[in-house]
Design a protein around this ligand. Sequence first.
Ligand SMILES: [Zn+2]
Ligand SMILES: [Zn+2]
Length: 137
Amino acid sequence: MDDNFESWPSGIKRTKPREKMIDVLKNVEKPLSAAEIFTEVQKDIKNVALSTVYRSLELFVKKGTVTKLAIINNELAVYELNRSQHNHYAVCLGCREIFPLKFCPMEKILPDMVDDGFKVVGHNLEIYGYCEECINK
Ligand SMILES: [Zn+2]
Ligand SMILES: [Zn+2]
């Protein structure tokens, strides 16, 4: 395991499909849906079931290894590795493509936005619109 991904989460059994899932998530720049992760895992491991991928994803989410992002009013769930530096994404309402934002606008202002004594552990940001291709359709 490399850079941002520190160690295998305790309490999760190491299996070939799960190792492959983490591998897949490590090597992408944008979050993937369960179906996309499944497709990638299947390239190496033929006899894996979609339900296995779903169940493992939920486990990883519970352990904090993977972050689940529900976007466009929960219509679309995508997953990414929980790295030390977090990302936000803009979603195209036309083709559902996901585009990483260049920076997090919340990071600097958040501490001033909440009352003392409230501990912020995360935040969501939903940006949607149309990508260049969809605008020109
Ligand atoms: Zn688009
Ligand atoms: Zn942020």
